[in-house]
Design a protein around this ligand. Sequence first.
Ligand SMILES: Cc1cc2nc3c(=O)[nH]c(=O)nc-3n(C[C@H](O)[C@H](O)[C@H](O)COP(=O)(O)OP(=O)(O)OC[C@H]3O[C@@H](n4cnc5c(N)ncnc54)[C@H](O)[C@@H]3O)c2cc1C
Length: 395
Amino acid sequence: MTKALVIGGGIGGATAAMALQKAGIDSVVYEAYPTDAENIGAFLTVMNNGMTALRAIDVHQPVIDNSFAATGAEYISATGKWVNERKYPQNNGTINLPRTLKRGALNRIMHTELRARGIPVKHSKRLEHAETQADGTVVAHFADGTSDCGDLLIGADGLHSVTRKIIDPDAIQPRYVGLTILLGYTDKATPKSPPGLFQMYYGKRAFFGYIVDTNGETWWFARIPGPEIAKHALRDTPTEQWRRTAASFFTDDDIPAVEIIEKPGTIFPVNTYDLPSVRHWHNSSMVLLGDSAHAVSPSAGQGASLTVEDSVVLAKCLRDLPDLPTAFSTYENLRRNRVEQVIRTAMKADPAAIRLRVFHRLLHDLKISREETRGRHPHSWIYDYRLDWDSPIPT
Ligand SMILES: Cc1cc2nc3c(=O)[nH]c(=O)nc-3n(C[C@H](O)[C@H](O)[C@H](O)COP(=O)(O)OP(=O)(O)OC[C@H]3O[C@@H](n4cnc5c(N)ncnc54)[C@H](O)[C@@H]3O)c2cc1C
Protein backbone atom coordinates (compact mmCIF):
# COMPACT_ATOMS: atom_id res chain seq x y z
CA MET A 1 0.00 0.00 0.00
CA THR A 2 1.14 3.57 -0.73
CA LYS A 3 2.64 5.42 2.26
CA ALA A 4 2.70 9.20 2.55
CA LEU A 5 5.01 11.18 4.83
CA VAL A 6 3.00 14.20 5.97
CA ILE A 7 5.22 16.99 7.29
CA GLY A 8 3.42 19.26 9.78
CA GLY A 9 0.65 18.53 12.25
CA GLY A 10 -1.35 21.74 11.78
CA ILE A 11 -4.77 21.82 10.14
CA GLY A 12 -3.19 21.10 6.75
CA GLY A 13 -1.22 18.02 7.80
CA ALA A 14 -4.05 16.64 9.92
CA THR A 15 -6.74 17.03 7.26
CA ALA A 16 -4.39 15.76 4.54
CA ALA A 17 -3.75 12.58 6.54
CA MET A 18 -7.49 12.05 7.12
CA ALA A 19 -8.32 12.68 3.46
CA LEU A 20 -5.56 10.29 2.35
CA GLN A 21 -6.90 7.60 4.66
CA LYS A 22 -10.33 8.04 3.10
CA ALA A 23 -8.66 7.62 -0.29
CA GLY A 24 -7.02 4.37 0.87
CA ILE A 25 -3.53 5.80 1.40
CA ASP A 26 -1.59 5.26 4.64
CA SER A 27 0.27 8.16 6.16
CA VAL A 28 2.37 9.21 9.12
CA VAL A 29 2.27 12.82 10.37
CA TYR A 30 5.58 14.35 11.52
CA GLU A 31 5.24 17.44 13.73
CA ALA A 32 8.20 19.60 14.73
CA TYR A 33 6.83 20.52 18.17
CA PRO A 34 6.61 18.10 21.08
CA THR A 35 2.87 18.69 21.65
CA ASP A 36 -0.30 19.17 19.59
CA ALA A 37 -1.42 22.62 20.65
CA GLU A 38 1.36 24.99 19.63
CA ASN A 39 0.51 28.54 18.59
CA ILE A 40 -2.65 28.53 20.64
CA GLY A 41 -2.94 32.30 20.72
CA ALA A 42 -4.95 33.08 17.64
CA PHE A 43 -8.61 32.44 17.07
CA LEU A 44 -10.01 31.87 13.64
CA THR A 45 -13.22 31.50 11.70
CA VAL A 46 -13.65 28.56 9.38
CA MET A 47 -15.86 29.96 6.64
CA ASN A 48 -18.54 28.10 4.66
CA ASN A 49 -16.09 26.70 2.12
CA GLY A 50 -13.83 25.40 4.89
CA MET A 51 -16.78 23.72 6.63
CA THR A 52 -17.80 22.15 3.31
CA ALA A 53 -14.29 20.75 2.93
CA LEU A 54 -14.24 19.45 6.52
CA ARG A 55 -17.58 17.77 5.83
CA ALA A 56 -16.07 15.98 2.81
CA ILE A 57 -13.73 14.14 5.19
CA ASP A 58 -16.29 13.77 8.00
CA VAL A 59 -14.56 16.01 10.53
CA HIS A 60 -17.05 18.91 10.52
CA GLN A 61 -19.08 17.71 13.52
CA PRO A 62 -16.36 17.96 16.19
CA VAL A 63 -15.54 21.42 14.87
CA ILE A 64 -19.20 22.44 15.18
CA ASP A 65 -19.36 20.92 18.67
CA ASN A 66 -16.34 22.92 19.89
CA SER A 67 -16.99 26.30 18.29
CA PHE A 68 -19.70 28.91 17.93
CA ALA A 69 -21.50 30.22 14.86
CA ALA A 70 -20.12 33.40 13.30
CA THR A 71 -23.16 35.13 11.86
CA GLY A 72 -21.71 38.29 10.37
CA ALA A 73 -19.98 41.57 11.08
CA GLU A 74 -21.01 45.14 11.85
CA TYR A 75 -18.66 47.88 10.63
CA ILE A 76 -18.34 51.09 12.62
CA SER A 77 -16.39 54.29 11.99
CA ALA A 78 -13.81 55.92 14.29
CA THR A 79 -16.52 58.29 15.48
CA GLY A 80 -18.73 55.39 16.50
CA LYS A 81 -21.10 55.67 13.51
CA TRP A 82 -22.59 52.47 12.14
CA VAL A 83 -21.30 52.06 8.57
CA ASN A 84 -22.72 48.78 7.39
CA GLU A 85 -23.43 45.19 8.29
CA ARG A 86 -22.42 42.03 6.49
CA LYS A 87 -24.21 38.80 7.06
CA TYR A 88 -21.95 35.84 6.42
CA PRO A 89 -23.24 33.81 3.47
CA GLN A 90 -25.64 31.18 4.68
CA ASN A 91 -24.94 28.81 1.76
CA ASN A 92 -28.47 28.74 0.43
CA GLY A 93 -29.90 26.77 3.29
CA THR A 94 -27.21 24.12 3.65
CA ILE A 95 -25.65 23.72 7.05
CA ASN A 96 -22.00 24.52 6.43
CA LEU A 97 -22.11 27.81 8.30
CA PRO A 98 -19.00 29.67 9.50
CA ARG A 99 -17.66 28.66 12.91
CA THR A 100 -15.27 30.53 15.20
CA LEU A 101 -12.86 28.82 17.59
CA LYS A 102 -9.41 29.10 19.11
CA ARG A 103 -6.54 27.67 17.14
CA GLY A 104 -5.53 25.51 20.10
CA ALA A 105 -9.04 23.99 20.14
CA LEU A 106 -8.85 23.31 16.40
CA ASN A 107 -5.49 21.58 16.85
CA ARG A 108 -6.84 19.46 19.67
CA ILE A 109 -9.89 18.44 17.62
CA MET A 110 -7.70 17.47 14.68
CA HIS A 111 -5.31 15.41 16.78
CA THR A 112 -8.13 13.69 18.65
CA GLU A 113 -9.57 12.71 15.26
CA LEU A 114 -6.19 11.49 14.02
CA ARG A 115 -5.86 9.26 17.07
CA ALA A 116 -9.45 8.00 16.72
CA ARG A 117 -8.78 7.12 13.08
CA GLY A 118 -5.55 5.31 13.94
CA ILE A 119 -3.31 7.70 12.01
CA PRO A 120 0.14 7.88 13.64
CA VAL A 121 1.54 11.27 14.64
CA LYS A 122 5.21 11.59 15.55
CA HIS A 123 6.16 14.65 17.59
CA SER A 124 9.54 16.40 17.88
CA LYS A 125 10.19 15.48 14.23
CA ARG A 126 11.45 18.62 12.52
CA LEU A 127 12.09 18.00 8.83
CA GLU A 128 15.54 19.17 7.78
CA HIS A 129 15.99 17.57 4.42
CA ALA A 130 14.40 15.11 2.01
CA GLU A 131 15.44 13.48 -1.22
CA THR A 132 13.91 11.37 -3.95
CA GLN A 133 15.66 8.05 -4.46
CA ALA A 134 16.41 6.27 -7.73
CA ASP A 135 13.33 4.03 -7.33
CA GLY A 136 11.07 7.11 -6.95
CA THR A 137 10.51 6.78 -3.20
CA VAL A 138 11.31 9.66 -0.85
CA VAL A 139 13.41 9.78 2.32
CA ALA A 140 12.81 12.46 4.98
CA HIS A 141 15.57 13.39 7.43
CA PHE A 142 14.70 14.95 10.78
CA ALA A 143 16.60 17.20 13.16
CA ASP A 144 16.79 14.43 15.78
CA GLY A 145 18.95 12.38 13.39
CA THR A 146 16.22 9.92 12.37
CA SER A 147 14.83 9.41 8.89
CA ASP A 148 11.85 7.71 7.29
CA CYS A 149 10.94 6.51 3.82
CA GLY A 150 7.67 6.73 1.89
CA ASP A 151 6.16 6.83 -1.59
CA LEU A 152 5.39 10.53 -1.41
CA LEU A 153 5.95 13.48 0.92
CA ILE A 154 3.36 16.17 1.61
CA GLY A 155 4.78 19.47 2.85
CA ALA A 156 2.11 20.87 5.17
CA ASP A 157 4.79 22.64 7.18
CA GLY A 158 3.30 26.11 7.07
CA LEU A 159 4.46 29.56 6.09
CA HIS A 160 8.18 28.99 6.66
CA SER A 161 8.11 25.60 4.95
CA VAL A 162 11.31 23.59 4.68
CA THR A 163 9.67 21.38 2.04
CA ARG A 164 9.15 24.43 -0.18
CA LYS A 165 12.90 25.13 -0.08
CA ILE A 166 13.73 21.48 -0.78
CA ILE A 167 11.49 21.50 -3.86
CA ASP A 168 12.89 24.85 -5.01
CA PRO A 169 15.86 26.38 -3.18
CA ASP A 170 15.05 29.72 -4.87
CA ALA A 171 11.39 29.71 -3.83
CA ILE A 172 10.01 33.07 -2.68
CA GLN A 173 10.00 33.88 1.02
CA PRO A 174 6.92 34.94 3.00
CA ARG A 175 6.20 38.66 2.59
CA TYR A 176 5.55 40.71 5.71
CA VAL A 177 2.34 42.66 5.02
CA GLY A 178 3.11 45.58 7.36
CA LEU A 179 0.82 44.66 10.21
CA THR A 180 1.18 43.15 13.64
CA ILE A 181 -1.98 41.59 14.98
CA LEU A 182 -2.54 41.64 18.72
CA LEU A 183 -5.16 39.13 19.81
CA GLY A 184 -6.68 39.19 23.25
CA TYR A 185 -9.22 37.41 25.41
CA THR A 186 -11.04 38.83 28.42
CA ASP A 187 -14.05 37.79 30.44
CA LYS A 188 -14.12 41.16 32.22
CA ALA A 189 -15.51 43.29 29.38
CA THR A 190 -19.22 44.06 29.08
CA PRO A 191 -19.69 44.29 25.33
CA LYS A 192 -23.09 45.06 23.85
CA SER A 193 -22.74 42.82 20.85
CA PRO A 194 -24.67 39.50 20.68
CA PRO A 195 -22.51 36.34 20.54
CA GLY A 196 -21.23 35.48 17.08
CA LEU A 197 -21.53 38.95 15.52
CA PHE A 198 -18.14 40.55 14.83
CA GLN A 199 -17.86 44.26 15.65
CA MET A 200 -15.30 45.86 13.34
CA TYR A 201 -14.01 49.41 13.85
CA TYR A 202 -12.21 51.61 11.34
CA GLY A 203 -10.06 53.43 13.88
CA LYS A 204 -8.13 56.44 12.62
CA ARG A 205 -4.78 54.73 13.07
CA ALA A 206 -5.59 51.02 13.24
CA PHE A 207 -8.34 48.47 12.78
CA PHE A 208 -10.03 46.90 15.81
CA GLY A 209 -12.51 44.07 16.07
CA TYR A 210 -14.09 41.79 18.61
CA ILE A 211 -16.53 38.94 18.90
CA VAL A 212 -18.22 37.54 21.99
CA ASP A 213 -18.32 33.77 22.45
CA THR A 214 -21.31 31.90 23.84
CA ASN A 215 -19.86 32.05 27.39
CA GLY A 216 -19.65 35.84 27.26
CA GLU A 217 -15.88 35.98 26.82
CA THR A 218 -14.69 38.78 24.51
CA TRP A 219 -12.19 37.80 21.80
CA TRP A 220 -10.58 40.89 20.30
CA PHE A 221 -7.92 41.78 17.77
CA ALA A 222 -6.07 44.95 16.83
CA ARG A 223 -4.32 45.18 13.46
CA ILE A 224 -1.61 47.74 13.95
CA PRO A 225 0.77 49.03 11.29
CA GLY A 226 4.52 48.98 11.70
CA PRO A 227 7.72 47.10 10.98
CA GLU A 228 8.07 43.35 11.46
CA ILE A 229 8.68 42.51 15.13
CA ALA A 230 11.67 40.31 15.92
CA LYS A 231 10.95 36.77 17.15
CA HIS A 232 12.55 37.36 20.54
CA ALA A 233 10.47 40.52 21.06
CA LEU A 234 7.27 38.63 20.18
CA ARG A 235 8.25 36.01 22.75
CA ASP A 236 9.70 38.17 25.55
CA THR A 237 7.69 41.42 25.62
CA PRO A 238 5.44 41.49 28.70
CA THR A 239 1.67 41.35 28.17
CA GLU A 240 1.13 44.72 29.83
CA GLN A 241 3.44 46.36 27.30
CA TRP A 242 1.44 44.87 24.41
CA ARG A 243 -1.70 46.13 26.13
CA ARG A 244 -0.33 49.68 26.28
CA THR A 245 0.82 49.47 22.66
CA ALA A 246 -2.54 48.21 21.43
CA ALA A 247 -4.51 50.80 23.41
CA SER A 248 -2.30 53.67 22.22
CA PHE A 249 -3.55 53.21 18.65
CA PHE A 250 -7.18 53.92 19.56
CA THR A 251 -7.01 56.81 22.04
CA ASP A 252 -8.37 59.29 19.42
CA ASP A 253 -11.33 57.10 18.46
CA ASP A 254 -14.85 57.08 19.84
CA ILE A 255 -15.04 53.28 19.92
CA PRO A 256 -14.82 50.72 22.76
CA ALA A 257 -11.34 49.50 21.78
CA VAL A 258 -9.38 51.00 24.68
CA GLU A 259 -12.03 49.94 27.18
CA ILE A 260 -11.83 46.30 26.00
CA ILE A 261 -8.05 46.19 25.55
CA GLU A 262 -7.48 47.51 29.08
CA LYS A 263 -9.52 44.75 30.69
CA PRO A 264 -7.35 41.99 32.23
CA GLY A 265 -6.74 38.94 30.08
CA THR A 266 -4.22 37.33 27.80
CA ILE A 267 -2.72 38.97 24.69
CA PHE A 268 -0.84 37.32 21.83
CA PRO A 269 1.17 39.22 19.20
CA VAL A 270 1.59 37.88 15.64
CA ASN A 271 3.38 39.32 12.61
CA THR A 272 1.36 38.86 9.43
CA TYR A 273 2.66 37.53 6.13
CA ASP A 274 1.44 36.32 2.82
CA LEU A 275 2.99 34.25 0.07
CA PRO A 276 1.51 35.39 -3.22
CA SER A 277 2.78 32.95 -5.84
CA VAL A 278 5.05 29.98 -5.22
CA ARG A 279 6.61 28.90 -8.52
CA HIS A 280 6.85 25.14 -7.91
CA TRP A 281 4.25 23.33 -5.85
CA HIS A 282 5.75 19.89 -6.38
CA ASN A 283 8.54 17.76 -7.76
CA SER A 284 8.34 14.06 -8.63
CA SER A 285 7.72 12.84 -5.05
CA MET A 286 6.94 15.92 -2.90
CA VAL A 287 4.02 18.31 -2.93
CA LEU A 288 3.03 21.44 -0.97
CA LEU A 289 -0.28 22.10 0.71
CA GLY A 290 -1.81 24.95 2.76
CA ASP A 291 0.33 27.87 3.93
CA SER A 292 3.50 26.26 2.59
CA ALA A 293 2.10 26.73 -0.94
CA HIS A 294 -0.02 29.88 -0.70
CA ALA A 295 -0.34 31.84 2.52
CA VAL A 296 -3.07 34.46 2.47
CA SER A 297 -3.09 37.46 4.81
CA PRO A 298 -5.14 36.74 7.97
CA SER A 299 -7.43 39.66 7.04
CA ALA A 300 -9.01 37.34 4.47
CA GLY A 301 -10.08 34.82 7.11
CA GLN A 302 -9.47 32.12 4.49
CA GLY A 303 -6.09 30.45 5.15
CA ALA A 304 -7.40 27.47 7.09
CA SER A 305 -10.40 26.98 4.81
CA LEU A 306 -8.26 26.96 1.67
CA THR A 307 -5.88 24.56 3.37
CA VAL A 308 -8.63 22.01 4.06
CA GLU A 309 -9.82 22.38 0.47
CA ASP A 310 -6.27 21.56 -0.66
CA SER A 311 -6.26 18.40 1.45
CA VAL A 312 -9.50 17.12 -0.04
CA VAL A 313 -8.55 17.93 -3.64
CA LEU A 314 -5.05 16.42 -3.31
CA ALA A 315 -6.41 13.20 -1.80
CA LYS A 316 -9.01 12.91 -4.57
CA CYS A 317 -6.32 13.39 -7.22
CA LEU A 318 -4.20 10.67 -5.61
CA ARG A 319 -7.28 8.45 -5.41
CA ASP A 320 -8.41 8.89 -9.02
CA LEU A 321 -5.33 9.51 -11.14
CA PRO A 322 -2.88 6.88 -12.34
CA ASP A 323 0.45 8.20 -11.03
CA LEU A 324 2.04 10.83 -8.80
CA PRO A 325 3.11 13.29 -11.54
CA THR A 326 -0.42 13.37 -12.98
CA ALA A 327 -2.00 13.63 -9.53
CA PHE A 328 0.33 16.45 -8.41
CA SER A 329 -0.02 18.51 -11.58
CA THR A 330 -3.81 18.08 -11.68
CA TYR A 331 -4.01 19.11 -8.02
CA GLU A 332 -1.98 22.24 -8.78
CA ASN A 333 -4.15 23.02 -11.83
CA LEU A 334 -7.30 22.68 -9.78
CA ARG A 335 -6.03 24.80 -6.89
CA ARG A 336 -3.58 27.47 -8.02
CA ASN A 337 -5.95 29.93 -9.72
CA ARG A 338 -8.44 29.84 -6.91
CA VAL A 339 -5.99 30.36 -4.05
CA GLU A 340 -4.05 33.08 -5.85
CA GLN A 341 -7.28 34.89 -6.64
CA VAL A 342 -8.19 34.79 -2.94
CA ILE A 343 -4.75 36.20 -2.06
CA ARG A 344 -5.24 39.06 -4.55
CA THR A 345 -8.71 39.75 -3.14
CA ALA A 346 -7.28 39.83 0.40
CA MET A 347 -4.56 42.25 -0.66
CA LYS A 348 -7.20 44.71 -1.89
CA ALA A 349 -9.05 44.51 1.40
CA ASP A 350 -6.03 44.43 3.71
CA PRO A 351 -6.69 47.10 6.30
CA ALA A 352 -3.21 48.43 6.94
CA ALA A 353 -4.08 51.14 9.34
CA ILE A 354 -2.52 54.18 7.81
CA ARG A 355 -5.30 56.67 7.22
CA LEU A 356 -5.49 56.20 3.46
CA ARG A 357 -5.77 52.45 3.76
CA VAL A 358 -8.46 52.66 6.43
CA PHE A 359 -10.40 54.91 4.07
CA HIS A 360 -9.70 52.48 1.24
CA ARG A 361 -10.96 49.56 3.33
CA LEU A 362 -14.09 51.50 4.20
CA LEU A 363 -14.82 52.17 0.51
CA HIS A 364 -14.15 48.53 -0.27
CA ASP A 365 -16.60 47.34 2.38
CA LEU A 366 -19.25 49.84 1.33
CA LYS A 367 -19.00 48.52 -2.22
CA ILE A 368 -19.51 44.98 -0.96
CA SER A 369 -22.43 46.12 1.14
CA ARG A 370 -24.09 47.76 -1.91
CA GLU A 371 -23.67 44.54 -3.88
CA GLU A 372 -25.19 42.57 -1.02
CA THR A 373 -28.28 44.74 -0.92
CA ARG A 374 -28.72 43.87 -4.61
CA GLY A 375 -28.66 40.20 -3.61
CA ARG A 376 -25.13 39.49 -4.87
CA HIS A 377 -22.22 38.84 -2.55
CA PRO A 378 -19.09 39.71 -4.54
CA HIS A 379 -17.12 37.09 -2.65
CA SER A 380 -19.64 34.29 -3.00
CA TRP A 381 -17.20 32.56 -5.37
CA ILE A 382 -14.96 32.08 -2.32
CA TYR A 383 -17.58 30.83 0.12
CA ASP A 384 -19.75 28.78 -2.25
CA TYR A 385 -16.91 26.63 -3.57
CA ARG A 386 -18.38 23.22 -4.28
CA LEU A 387 -16.35 20.32 -2.98
CA ASP A 388 -17.55 16.81 -2.36
CA TRP A 389 -15.81 13.54 -1.83
CA ASP A 390 -17.57 11.30 -4.34
CA SER A 391 -17.33 13.17 -7.64
CA PRO A 392 -14.36 11.84 -9.60
CA ILE A 393 -11.41 13.95 -10.71
CA PRO A 394 -11.52 13.91 -14.51
CA THR A 395 -8.45 12.32 -16.07
C1 LIG B 1 -3.60 35.91 13.47
C2 LIG B 1 -4.12 34.94 12.46
C3 LIG B 1 -5.48 34.83 12.25
C4 LIG B 1 -5.98 33.94 11.30
N1 LIG B 1 -7.33 33.87 11.12
C5 LIG B 1 -7.83 33.00 10.22
C6 LIG B 1 -9.24 32.87 10.06
O1 LIG B 1 -10.04 33.55 10.72
N2 LIG B 1 -9.69 31.95 9.17
C7 LIG B 1 -8.83 31.17 8.43
O2 LIG B 1 -9.31 30.34 7.62
N3 LIG B 1 -7.50 31.28 8.55
C8 LIG B 1 -6.97 32.17 9.43
N4 LIG B 1 -5.62 32.27 9.58
C9 LIG B 1 -4.74 31.48 8.71
C10 LIG B 1 -4.61 30.03 9.16
O3 LIG B 1 -4.25 29.99 10.52
C11 LIG B 1 -3.57 29.30 8.31
O4 LIG B 1 -3.82 29.53 6.95
C12 LIG B 1 -3.59 27.80 8.56
O5 LIG B 1 -3.26 27.55 9.91
C13 LIG B 1 -2.60 27.08 7.64
O6 LIG B 1 -2.53 25.74 8.02
P1 LIG B 1 -1.22 24.88 7.70
O7 LIG B 1 -1.47 23.53 8.28
O8 LIG B 1 -0.87 25.00 6.27
O9 LIG B 1 -0.04 25.61 8.48
P2 LIG B 1 0.16 25.74 10.05
O10 LIG B 1 -1.13 25.89 10.75
O11 LIG B 1 1.20 26.79 10.23
O12 LIG B 1 0.77 24.33 10.47
C14 LIG B 1 2.07 23.96 10.08
C15 LIG B 1 2.56 22.89 11.04
O13 LIG B 1 3.80 22.39 10.58
C16 LIG B 1 4.72 22.32 11.66
N5 LIG B 1 6.07 22.46 11.08
C17 LIG B 1 6.66 23.59 10.61
N6 LIG B 1 7.88 23.31 10.13
C18 LIG B 1 8.07 21.98 10.29
C19 LIG B 1 9.14 21.09 9.99
N7 LIG B 1 10.27 21.52 9.41
N8 LIG B 1 9.00 19.77 10.29
C20 LIG B 1 7.85 19.31 10.86
N9 LIG B 1 6.81 20.11 11.18
C21 LIG B 1 6.92 21.43 10.89
C22 LIG B 1 4.32 23.48 12.57
O14 LIG B 1 4.78 23.31 13.88
C23 LIG B 1 2.80 23.42 12.46
O15 LIG B 1 2.23 22.54 13.39
C24 LIG B 1 -5.09 33.15 10.53
C25 LIG B 1 -3.71 33.24 10.74
C26 LIG B 1 -3.23 34.12 11.69
C27 LIG B 1 -1.73 34.23 11.89
